[in-house]
Design a protein around this ligand. Sequence first.
Ligand code: MF3
Ligand code: CO
Ligand code: CO
Length: 273
Amino acid sequence: MRDLLDSLDDRAARAPPTVAIDIKSKPEIEKMRRSCQLAADVLDMIEPHVVPGVTTLELDRLCHEFIVRAGAYPAPLNYKGFPKSICTSINEVVCHGIPGDRALVEGDIVNIDITTILDGYHGDTSEMFCVGEVDPAARKLIDVTRRALWLGIQEVGPNKRIGDIGAAIVEFAQREHGYGVVEAFCGHGIGREFHTAPQVSHVGRRGTGMRMREGMTFTIEPMINEGTPNCEILDDGWTAITRDGRLSAQAEHTVLVTADGVEVLTLRSSARR
Ligand code: MF3
Ligand code: CO
Ligand code: CO
């Protein structure tokens, strides 16, 4: 027994520093699809409620009810101590905003991030919403953020390298538009677990990182800042804000690597079929 353990230790010490990335089976992929479509449906449901005067707590309540009624569980609730069922990140909040008494006001931009657990599998997606009329500069930031996400998605496919995803994002958002691409938070592998390998940087370099394989599922979720990419965390231990107090936007999809490219699992119904 001792010898066996020693030889295992030995092998571990010599093994190259690779991380095993989970490959989903057909039935698991079907479960991922269903959880991800539910998460997308939550965004469809909540959109008409994102109006001046509504509190983020009310948005949280509506999403919580919808998810539970669908037989699912809201993954953020009690996750590492997170106190609510969704994240609501307003204006200079980069991510992980906690729903509370704050009422939305005309001109706010807000990210709503939904993660469902349905039949054991996670679906994770987020979108920006404008509260009433918003500044053209804010609208442009949101537009660039959504396009950056889709440029990242276009880099997904079997045998492609994961660094190319973030490279496409940073080339567009930073080099072309002069925005700050947040480095402190990444996309992530997802499935039975909320956050697992691989990490998906949004500031990758071309031709670097592991090669994607058919059956992998992960998120891409760039956070794009008007100014500095640097963030700080508020005393609540969660809320990440921009260092300079300027605006931040984010968009997120969960994707599947397919035999010939990519399937975006969290497309909203308007964009499906
Ligand atoms: N949904 C977020 C993500 O995209 C994670 C939220 S964790 C929480 O990875 F605890 F803040 F909910
Ligand atoms: Co995510
Ligand atoms: Co998310």
